[in-house]
Design a protein around this ligand. Structure first.
Ligand code: HEC
Length: 134
């Protein structure tokens, strides 16, 4: 058996052991970050492509405004009114009351994760950014 072939066999064995260890490790159970209602709202958000026009933390489409903090800035009633009426470039989606409530819960829970833009963040000389959290 050539030396190269032996090295190849050893490397394949290491690869196998490595993969076994990585993929069979038990993970601590993770709990979803959003409540059940907010998860329903998130699904509506994704299915209706809200993100093609809106942004969270500045990421998304740019036809509509960033709505990371729309819940704390304008409140649930305002969001409800927005979803009831649609407006020039924002389509009217015809959601049921429950669906609207779930979207509002989703936006409320997104809002609770932080500020955007985070005007109170401090940028240190070494590049470290200290964000203000909710
Ligand atoms: C085709 C683009 C488009 C899509 C898709 C869209 N929106 Fe909008 N939305 C807009 C625009 C544009 C505005 C701003 C309207 C205005 O103030 O004149 C807006 C405004 C809003 C506002 C009020 C924001 C504020 O600060 O005044 C909320 C809340 C909102 N949209 C939620 C949603 C949700 C939830 C969805 C998905 C179900 C969605 N939008 C899908 C374009 C869109």
């Amino acid at each position: 058996m050539s030396k190269k072939f032996l090295i190849l066999i050893v490397l394949i064995c290491f690869f196998g052991v490595y993969n076994y260890l990585v993929y069979t490790q038990s993970q601590p159970p993770t709990k979803p970050l959003l409540s059940t209602n907010a998860l329903q709202g998130q699904k509506l958000w994704q299915d209706n492509n809200c993100n093609s026009c809106h942004q969270f933390y500045g990421l998304g489409g740019y036809l509509g405004p960033d709505i990371t903090n729309v819940y704390s800035l304008k409140g649930g009633d305002f969001i409800n009114a927005m979803l009831n009426s649609g407006i020039s470039t924002m389509p009217l989606f015809h959601f049921s009351d429950l669906e609207k409530q779930n979207i509002i819960t989703f936006l409320k829970e997104v809002d609770s994760t932080g500020f955007y833009p985070d005007k109170k963040s401090i940028i240190h000389k070494n590049g470290w950014v200290e964000i203000s959290e909710k």
